[in-house]
Design a protein around this ligand. Structure first.
Ligand code: CUA
Length: 363
């Protein structure tokens, strides 16, 4: 059985093992090594579980009390037995240590020339910045296949943890400091990325999709991502915003009118335009709109809500929204406002997104 296992390990090291009942597929260079360590430990446990249980049953039968007056004198000492149960476990833990340590060192040290991505975790979304291209992705991470990628990560609020099961990598993301991890994807496709540190109400929603693409496509995707909105007309912006920017809002703002951590986006523009909004301090939005008021036009109120969200908290909500200051370009703020104005053109009655980011209908 073990031999068969080792041969299958050798043959699948290149492509990675497909999904099994216990494990997701292997899709990175480190995945076979991590699974190997895991399997070594698991098989040792299986073996000793079987051995101990078998001996337990055998001894129960063999040494059972056969008469009420029976007395036994247990052995007090057995040097060969004691040496055996000391030396064998010692060898086993040394083996586990060596196998584990090799994998650990490999995981900790990114190869020279790895492609850098800056990751920011925030309740409850992931932002991925590609400094080489000046491109930002939210809720989605595009990486090239067959290329070492290093994630430099930090958190804006609480402790999060980034986990990509198919790549077998996981690392805490801590506020006030940087942590890093690296991987090299071995196959193209989409893989789930999760937050694996309980970080509050939206923790289970804090996931992203990792898109692994061929190297030549990767470059084109990044170049497009970095500047696609700059050349868009106003009419194109809602489709762009709902697909590229809404990811960042979705864990708190629904599209179907249902309540969440923040108000639903459905009907938001109508509520804002009419000033039909009361804040926790008792003020109403209508008093801030119109000539010679703080905001004048309602667009300014939305702009402030994005950049300084604590300024006005809508009644009934806790005001847990982070600021997007410095994270959105002017044109992207415009895109979000346009998205609110034309929301019904990009979602259906149930709140499903109906268009792609280039405006073509979703099938
Ligand atoms: Cu972030 Cu759980």
């Amino acid at each position: 059985m073990m031999l068969g296992y080792f041969t299958s390990l050798l043959t699948t090291t290149v492509t990675g093992r497909p999904e099994t009942f216990w494990m997701p597929e292997q899709a990175s260079t480190v995945a076979p090594g991590v699974d190997f360590t895991f399997d070594v430990i698991t098989w040792i446990c299986y073996f000793f579980f079987a051995l101990v249980t078998t001996l337990l049953i055998v001894f129960m039968v063999k040494y059972r009390r056969t008469s009420p007056t029976m007395e036994t004198r247990g052995p007090t000492h057995n040097l060969p037995l004691e040496l055996t149960w000391t030396i064998i476990p010692l060898i086993l833990v040394v083996v586990i240590f060596v196998v584990g340590m090799r994998g650990y060192l490999d995981l900790m040290e990114a190869p020279e020339g790895a492609y850098d991505i800056q990751v920011t975790a925030q309740k409850w979304s992931w932002t991925f910045e590609h400094p080489v291209y000046g491109a930002i992705e939210v809720g989605e991470l595009t990486v090239p296949v067959g290329q070492p990628v290093r994630l430099l990560m930090t958190s804006k609020d609480v402790l999060h943890s980034l986990w990509i099961p198919s790549f077998r990598v996981k690392m805490d993301v801590v506020p006030g400091r940087y942590t890093s991890l690296w991987f090299e994807a071995t196959k193209t496709g989409d893989f789930l990325l999760n937050c694996t540190e309980y970080c509050g109400k939206g923790h289970s929603e804090m996931s992203a999709m990792v898109h692994v693409v061929p190297l030549d496509e990767f470059d084109a995707i990044m170049v497009k991502l970095a500047s696609e909105y700059e050349d868009m007309t106003m009419a194109q912006l809602p489709a762009y915003a709902i697909n590229r920017l809404y990811n960042r809002c979705q864990s708190c703002h629904t599209l179907d009118g249902s309540d969440s951590t923040g108000p639903s986006f459905k009907g938001l523009w109508d509520r804002v335009k009419s000033g039909n909004q009361t804040f926790t301090n008792g003020d109403t939005l209508s008093s801030l709109l119109g000539d010679a008021t703080e905001y004048g036009v309602p667009e300014n109120y939305i702009r402030t809500s994005l950049l300084d969200p604590q300024k006005h908290i809508v009644q009934g909500y806790l005001g847990s929204m982070p600021s997007f200051q410095g994270q959105l370009k002017e044109k992207q703020i415009t895109a979000i406002i346009e998205m609110f104005k034309h929301l019904d053109d990009v979602i259906d009655a149930e709140g499903n997104i109906t268009v792609n980011s280039d405006g073509t209908p979703k099938n």
